[in-house]
Design a protein around this ligand. Sequence first.
Ligand code: HEC
Ligand code: HEC
Length: 232
Amino acid sequence: MKNIKTILTLSAMSLALGACSTGLDKSRNLGNPNVTGNTLAQQVCSVCHGGIGNDVNGNSVNPRYPKLAGQQKEYLVAEMNEFHNHTRKDPMAQAMMWGIARNFTPKQIDELANFYSNQKPIPDSGQKAALVAEGDKIFHEGVLDKGVPACMGCHGANAEGNGPIPRLASQHADYIYKQLSVFNTDEVYTEGKENVPDSDLERPQGAVMEGIAHGLTEQQRRAMGAYLSSLH
Ligand code: HEC
Ligand code: HEC
């Protein structure tokens, strides 16, 4: 009885990951430290982050899943470690990435980051021109009366990122908006509480982003998404 239950559970699990041969089953094993990062990227991560069929690796279609293609290697390593160690704890990170990252080895993290940082990012199209123009201005000039600095000062002239500072160019507008809202909520969370340690934040490495996101209205956060997602 127990065996049948196990078999049923196992086949349900492989069905959940899509139809596959026995060989692929093995390479999809997130608990096997000998599976290479490149194989994991193609067999596991591609389900959400893009790369299945005619899709291009790391360019997800659904904006719920961030694009990883062309992302800074150092940033990718940092985020994977944060999911593994549960320090990045916004609700979607907990729900979607903690389980995936549970058994990552440092070697797999390095290989995965290498793989995705070397893929070509593809921008989205069809954004509203007025929103793009508003985002463009804030990216280069900030919002002076709200104390918001120009994003380009840290994220680079073309939003290409730099080491631990993420690339934002070509990222999905909805994902940009959602993360700005995470940083914004972190600020609300700390309001009135003195000396809240960064480790209590949902994204502790993004402490610098809290005040910045807090200075942007909802419409401005949408504008940042529209502008950045259109960039090559
Ligand atoms: C079931 C869907 C799913 C799978 C499979 C998946 N991810 Fe994710 N991943 C997500 C979601 C959702 C987020 C965004 C979390 C958030 O909003 O905070 C994310 C975020 C990330 C980020 C952070 C990106 C950023 O810009 O901050 C990295 C890095 C990442 N995933 C790597 C991977 C790797 C490597 C794999 C394969 C080993 C993988 N993911 C598999 C859903 C998935
Ligand atoms: C002082 C430097 C600095 C400035 C200025 C700055 N950022 Fe950031 N930003 C960061 C750092 C560092 C991170 C990475 C946080 C982390 O690792 O969790 C980040 C992360 C982000 C993310 C999350 C990306 C992802 O893939 O999850 C978004 C979106 C973002 N910034 C947007 C902006 C926008 C829009 C502006 C301008 C209004 C801006 N940033 C200005 C330093 C900065």
